[in-house]
Design a protein around this ligand. Structure first.
Ligand code: FE
Length: 132
């Protein structure tokens, strides 16, 4: 596994845009249907916008109609951390980049087969590397 990326919140402000900071570091959520990768279906790999780690393959992306990029699985075991999130009066499972601790979104159990999971991810937390 890659070396863990550790930066202070001040350092993150220097390398990320304000919107990326709000989502990745402060666990914000981008507006539904606003993200660059919501309706993006090219072949390639989605990376963490914070540290560049590969997080999702385009093969596992599907159109969930929920307004955010959705995947039925991560690219590899161990690259995404899950954490219980009881904020806003809901019980959800937060997903974070294991490498830099950046907030990605949440995972829900209403996804398609083969996993039945829906990794609901903010576009602003992602980068994309084309394999076309
Ligand atoms: Fe990361």
């Amino acid at each position: 596994m890659a070396d863990k990326v550790e930066r202070t919140e001040e350092e993150w402000k220097e390398v990320l845009s304000p919107e990326q900071c709000r989502v990745l570091r402060e666990k914000g959520t981008e507006r539904a249907f606003s993200g660059e990768y919501n309706m993006h279906f090219e072949k390639g790999v989605y990376t963490c916008a914070g540290c560049g780690e590969e997080l999702f393959a385009s093969d596992s992306k599907f159109d969930s109609h929920c307004g955010w990029p959705s995947f039925y699985q991560g690219i590899d075991n161990g690259k995404i951390i899950e954490k219980l999130d009881k904020s806003y009066g809901m019980i959800r499972t937060e997903i974070l980049c294991a490498n830099c601790g950046g907030h990605l979104g949440h995972v829900f159990n209403d996804g398609p087969q083969p996993t039945g999971l829906r990794y609901c991810v903010n576009s602003v937390s992602l980068g994309f590397r084309s394999e076309g």
